[in-house]
Design a protein around this ligand. Structure first.
Ligand code: HEC
Length: 128
């Protein structure tokens, strides 16, 4: 009886974990296809350019900034900074030079290059 219950729970947890992995892999593949960037490289760059100081970013160590909005669930966000439609091109432009999209935004130019911004965009699109 107890063994049966444990077995059912284990099987359930296994199925859940399996779906979770499949879901993550699909999100990753989609992010790469959208941006042609590398999400792993982007995750490191988000730390190097100080994004983490202002933003909470899941998966980036010590990224608990509260100056800007959390980037959790960014893939599902409709607008960037409340002004531009969330598309790969606009996101890369925003990361490189947010004030070229919204001159009044509080987000500064961090000195990140366009090529590097592409990798960061790839990482942000893995965030569900
Ligand atoms: C000095 C603080 C600061 C730094 C550093 C910073 N940001 Fe921001 N960021 C902000 C603020 C504030 C906003 C909100 C802007 C607005 O709505 O006008 C923002 C908005 C954003 C948005 C839009 C979020 C949304 O949901 O609309 C993205 C994406 C973003 N930042 C990514 C980054 C990345 C990537 C970096 C590093 C290259 C970075 N930010 C560095 C402060 C910062």
């Amino acid at each position: 009886m107890v063994v049966g219950l444990i077995l059912v729970l284990l099987i359930g947890a296994g199925i859940y974990a399996g779906y979770q992995i499949k879901f993550d892999q699909e999100a990753r593949a989609r992010a790469i296809a959208l941006t042609t960037g590398n999400p792993d490289v982007g995750r490191h760059l988000a730390q190097r350019y100080g994004c983490a100081g202002c933003h909470t970013i899941p998966g980036v160590p010590r990224a608990q900034g509260r100056v800007g909005p959390t980037l959790k669930g960014f893939a599902a966000r409709v607008y960037i900074g409340g002004v531009a439609t969330n598309s790969p091109d606009k996101l890369i432009q925003w990361i490189e030079n947010p004030r070229s999209i919204d001159p009044n935004t509080a987000m500064p130019i961090t000195g990140i290059s366009r090529a590097e911004a592409r990798h960061v965009a790839a990482y942000l699109y893995t965030l569900r």
